[in-house]
Design a protein around this ligand. Structure first.
Ligand SMILES: C[S@@+](CC[C@H](N)C(=O)[O-])C[C@H]1O[C@@H](n2cnc3c(N)ncnc32)[C@H](O)[C@@H]1O
Length: 112
């Protein structure tokens, strides 16, 4: 198995970001499964008062599923790949959703 360093991983997804939405769009179950997973969280009150973290949000497909499952939650969507995030940010989002360009590792040490 090849271990990718953070930067290599982000670069790999920068590259993949060009075709990511097209490829996942060709998979008929992709977005439906994300939505089903988000709904399985059974977040109460449409997510009112909750702050959700979408770690590895990519181009925003999982963020959109969370938003649909919990439209009243605040959502912070995080990704290490600038290319994936650029595509996410090009989509319309309510003010309750924000995107951060960070790796999971940076996120976990940010509060230290
Ligand atoms: C397979 S994509 C999934 C994207 C999105 N969640 C979706 O469902 O379409 C995985 C995403 O996780 C991000 N990622 C992987 N490892 C990460 C890490 N350590 N920190 C932050 N983002 C990471 C990648 O850049 C990529 O955008």
């Amino acid at each position: 198995m090849t271990l990718l360093r953070d930067r290599d991983l982000a670069h790999a997804f920068d590259h993949a970001s060009r075709t990511y939405d097209r490829l996942t769009g060709l998979n008929p179950g992709y977005r439906a499964d994300l939505l089903r997973s988000a709904r399985r969280l059974r977040l109460p009150g449409d997510g009112a008062g909750l702050h959700l973290l979408d770690l590895g949000c990519g181009t925003g497909a999982s963020t959109r599923a969370l938003l649909r499952a919990a439209p009243r939650a605040r959502i912070t969507a995080v990704d290490a790949s600038a290319g994936m995030l650029r595509r996410a940010l090009a989509k319309p989002w309510p003010d309750s959703v924000r995107f951060l360009h960070l790796s999971a590792e940076e996120l976990t040490t940010a509060g230290e």
